[in-house]
Design a protein around this ligand. Structure first.
Ligand SMILES: Nc1ncnc2c1ncn2[C@@H]1O[C@H](COP(=O)(O)OP(=O)(O)OP(=O)(O)O)[C@@H](O)[C@H]1O
Length: 319
């Protein structure tokens, strides 16, 4: 197995005062992936990222970044990762150009090897290169943070809620840059509250809840495991109860399909798409003599899976 971009083994964090934020977390983030770390508020995402950034001291466990153990080889581990934090903080009197130059200086990157203007162009801030950072909008500051995290060309880039409060157009720009970096071989780890974003961008997703790992698998498999689809069927004639042909059929396949009458002309049906097709259901309804006016289907998305895995059940499992 090739070496992981980030390997987390048995990570635990108990804050002063006794709050256990992360419990025995194991994650293997593959090189070259766009990896989503998701979880409800307070799940332990920022704590985990802050351990990687060297900002929070772990209570137990081992962590390595690009093969470098953060305790035994902290300098190399730190140089292998760029972190875009949730909070925006800059020296307000520096221009974006100076901010990146100073940061490159801190990393000891010689002047001729710096990519300051290239980075500013990549995040569409070239026009603002010489304006005071305090005059930048919130979205521009966030993009500057991304450029700052890439100053030393680290092989891993971590983005902690990078698009919170950023408008849709800007979000798209930011993501196209992130995808471009990934195409160039940079491993991306991101936390986001926008599940649709994670579903579209990430090739692998881990969900944590109350500091515990709930699932960690390829996005496609996670969505497939949800399995459920639902269908709304609108009938021409109102009815009080389901015809016996339909209810008998439902009883026979009760493990795979269930129906609810939302009102006298609307049926809401949930079914396991691996066992039953929409066609099977429509055939049964029609053969029972019911005329169908309209049909719509809904595929389980990441939001459904996320809610199912995190609702009131910290250690829920899909299986
Ligand atoms: N410095 C701290 N001292 C004590 N408890 C903390 C500290 N930082 C975080 N916590 C607690 O640890 C738990 C995990 O917090 P963390 O910020 O890691 O969650 P998160 O998943 O990033 O949440 P969010 O999505 O809201 O940012 C929470 O209960 C939080 O209140």
């Amino acid at each position: 197995m090739s070496e992981a971009a980030i390997l987390i083994e048995g990570l635990s964090k108990v804050y002063q005062g006794g709050k256990q934020a992360v419990t025995d977390l194991n994650l293997r983030i593959p090189r070259g992936s766009i990896y989503g770390l998701l979880g409800p508020n307070g799940a332990g995402k920022s704590t985990t990222i802050n351990v990687l950034a060297g900002l929070v001291r772990k209570t137990a466990g081992r962590v390595s970044i690009w093969g470098f153990d953060i305790d035994q080889d902290p300098l190399n581990a730190r140089a292998s990762i760029g972190i875009v934090p949730q909070e925006i903080f800059f020296d307000p009197f520096f221009t974006p150009f100076e901010t990146l130059e100073v940061y490159a200086g801190l990393f000891g990157i010689p002047k001729h090897k710096r990519r300051t203007m290239e980075l500013l162009e990549a995040v569409h801030l070239e026009d603002k290169a010489f304006s005071h950072a305090r005059s930048l909008s919130g979205g521009m500051k966030r993009r500057l943070l991304v450029a700052k995290a890439m100053v030393a060309s680290p092989p891993v880039l971590v983005l902690d809620e990078p698009t919170a409060g950023v408008d849709i157009e800007l979000r798209q720009q930011l993501w196209s840059y992130v995808k471009k970096l990934n195409d160039q071989g940079v491993t991306i780890v991101l936390t986001t509250h926008y599940l649709e974003e994670a579903e579209q961008l990430c090739d692998r997703i881990a969900i944590i809840n109350h500091g515990h790992l709930v699932t960690d698998q390829p996005t496609r498999e996670l969505l497939d495991m949800a399995g459920d689809k639902s269908m709304d069927v609108v009938l021409r004639q109102p009815m009080e109860v389901l015809p016996s042909d339909v209810s008998d059929w439902l009883a026979r396949y009760h493990h795979d399909v269930s129906a609810e009458m939302v009102n006298p002309t609307r049926l809401h049906i949930r079914y396991d798409k691996k066992k039953i097709t929409a066609g099977d259901i429509l055939t049964v309804i029609e053969q029972a003599g019911l005329a169908i006016v309209d049909v719509s289907t809904h595929e389980a998305d990441l939001e459904d899976v996320f809610l199912r895995l995190t609702k009131n059940n910290p250690e829920a499992s899909l299986t």
